[in-house]
Structures are given as C-alpha cells and as structure tokens.
Design a protein around this ligand. Structure first.
Ligand code: ZN
Ligand code: ZN
Length: 349
C-alpha cells in the first residue's frame, strides 16, 4: 500500500510503497478516506515526541472498515467510521469505566504505531474505540473531529459544564481554540476570544466569539486577564488555555470569576510543564482546575448529533484539502503555522 513515511526526524516525509498493516484480533483495518494534518504529528516528526522509525504519521482519520479481526463483535466490512486519537486497550478498569481517554495502555495511531497518512491503518480494540459516522457527515469533516474538535467539545461539556448565557474565555485561537469558540457559542455561552493575531481573532468572530481581545494590544494598558474580568462583569465562568504556555495558563486561571472552572487543553511540554498557577486564588475563590485529553468513543454520538442537525459546523474550520502526495510537505510546513488558516485535511480516493 501507499503511505507517507519519514526515515528519520526532520527528513521530509514522502509517499512510499510499504507492507499493509496486519489486522489485530480485537481490531480492524480501516481504508483511510481522509486524515487531518496536526501539529502533534509535526512534534513527532521533529523528534519532540519519541516515535518508532521509520514512521507513518497521522491520527485524525475517517474511513471505511476493510478488514475485521476474529474477536470483533460490533463492526463489519464497509462500515463508515472514525476514531478518537487516544484508543483505549479495552481491558483495564479505566476503559471499563468509560474513561478510555486516560487508559494507561492506550494506543495512538501515528504515535505508538503506524498512522493514517496511508491507504490502510490498523486500529486496536475496535469494539471500544470505533465511532460510527452518520451518513450526513462526510469523511473530510469527520477527520477534522478526532483531535482538536472532540477535545474542545469535551473540555466544555464534561469539564467546563458550559451553560447558556454564561461567559467563556478562550485563550489561544488556533485549531482547538477556534473549535472551542464554535462549540461554546453553539452551547449558548458568551465567548471572549483572546489571541495575539488579528487574523485568528477575525476567525474567532466568524465562528461565534462576542468579544475579541488582542493580548498584545499596547493601548489596552492592563493585562489580558483583567480585561476578561472587566468585559465579563467579574470574570468568566469557564476559561480554557487552548494554546499551552505558562503565560496563557496563568491568564486563563486569572480570567475566572469566583467558583470558575479552568480547563487546560493546550499541551505544556518540557520546561513549560509547570506553569506558576496562582493556587492562593484557586483556594480562596474555590476555582476548579481540569486537564482534558481527547474524548472517548462513547461520547461522540452527542457531538455528532449536533453536527448532523447543523448546530455545530466543524467543516467551517477546514482549510485546504490536499492529496496524499502533498501530505509530507504540508506536515513540514507546520514549522511556520499561519494564524487564522483552517486545518489541512488529506483526502484519499
Ligand atoms: Zn484501557
Ligand atoms: Zn491532532
């Protein structure tokens, strides 16, 4: 089969002929029809995240079941499916409790094994991890859900418990941040979008933000958290750090009103992993601090129903659609992310 492969970190990924994946007994092989290009793949390619080499990237996929292992009960050849970027093992207490997104033995296509920049990809524990796609959701849109959009949805529903009329602050309007703006607005929240890029803020406005704050605006005079507290009449009920930096994590917590909820969605890697959060304020104002890591398959139907009825329109966040030959260059181009541009999705015939 054809797949996009890199032999070593930093070497331009190219299409090559590779052996097809073996179908796991408890899993399936999916014929990939669309797969998203994500900054997490770029981190792995750069060597920030260890992956086996040579490597096939890709973890945001949708396609058609092409082969089914003997232990699989729920799926058949021809089913249209997608999958969370975290796949649970299907055997541990966390998976049994519906918390596959934190399974200690999780697999992630494109990280723990070959990914979906390929004609075929193997997925483990299919009965637990696969998600059936409604006919109304096309493959490109479905591929845009598995990572940033589902993560934003779960951050706001399971952790943020966003309610109509409440204030939501979103710090960082890249892919996951814009997804959070769209989901928050669709859930009836009043959204304050924070970024340093006018282009990103413009996109945030288009997908539902009510207030735009340029975190670097020299004329504003006060720090951005104070400005969020001002425009929300005392602070946001829920605030997300969708970027992942010590500054945005702190600003998100400081944006909250009393009893507010901070959700950390952006990854804080390496030296950034211990931001100086104001825990005195967390205690005195009884703030809640959550981490959010994807979304388990059983939680997808609620999100898909809102996509089917048009409440959520993730297709608006998709930018370029490219073919497999262009995928390697698109991944390498994430060296220079373009604020406000939509996500790139690879479409396969
Ligand atoms: Zn598990
Ligand atoms: Zn991703």
């Amino acid at each position: 089969m054809r797949a996009v492969v890199y032999p070593d970190h930093g070497v331009l990924p190219e299409v090559a002929e590779v052996p097809p994946p073996r179908c796991p007994d408890d899993g399936v092989v999916v014929a990939v029809r669309a797969t998203g290009v994500c900054r997490s793949d770029w981190h792995a390619w750069k060597g920030h995240d260890p992956v086996p080499l040579p490597h096939v990237p890709g973890h945001e996929l949708a396609g058609v079941v092409a082969e089914v292992g003997p232990d699989v009960r729920r799926w058949s050849v021809g089913d249209r499916v997608t999958v969370p970027f975290v796949c649970g093992c299907g055997q541990c207490a966390w998976c049994a409790a519906g918390e596959a997104q934190v399974c200690p033995r999780q697999t992630q296509p494109g990280f723990t094994g070959p990914g979906s920049f390929a004609e075929l990809v193997a997925l483990h524990a299919a009965d637990l991890n696969l998600v059936r796609l409604p006919d109304a959701v096309d493959f490109v849109t479905a591929a845009s859900l598995g990572c940033r959009f589902a993560t934003a949805f779960r951050a706001l529903t399971a952790h943020g418990s966003v309610e109509p009329g409440s204030w939501l602050a979103v710090h960082g309007c890249g892919g996951v941040g814009l997804s959070a703006v769209m989901v928050g607005a669709a859930l009836g929240a009043r959204v304050v979008a924070v970024d340093v890029s006018p282009a990103a803020l413009g996109r945030a406005r288009e997908v539902g933000a009510e207030v735009l704050l340029d975190a670097r605006d020299p004329g504003a005079g006060t720090d951005v958290a104070e400005r969020v507290r001002d425009v929300t009449g005392g602070g946001a009920h829920v605030s997300l750090d969708a970027l992942g930096s010590p500054a945005t994590a702190v600003a998100s917590v400081m944006s909250l009103r009393r009893r507010g909820r901070h959700v950390q969605v952006g990854l804080l890697l390496g030296e950034a992993s211990t931001p100086p959060l104001p825990m005195d304020r967390v205690v005195a104002q009884e703030l809640e601090v959550y981490g959010s890591h994807g979304m388990a398959a059983h939680e997808y139907p609620a999100m898909l129903a809102l996509i089917e009825d048009g409440t959520l329109r993730p297709e608006l966040l998709v930018g370029e659609v490219i073919d497999l030959e262009a995928a390697g260059a698109a991944l390498a181009a994430m060296d220079r992310p373009r604020a406000g541009s939509g996500m790139t999705v690879v479409s396969l015939p």
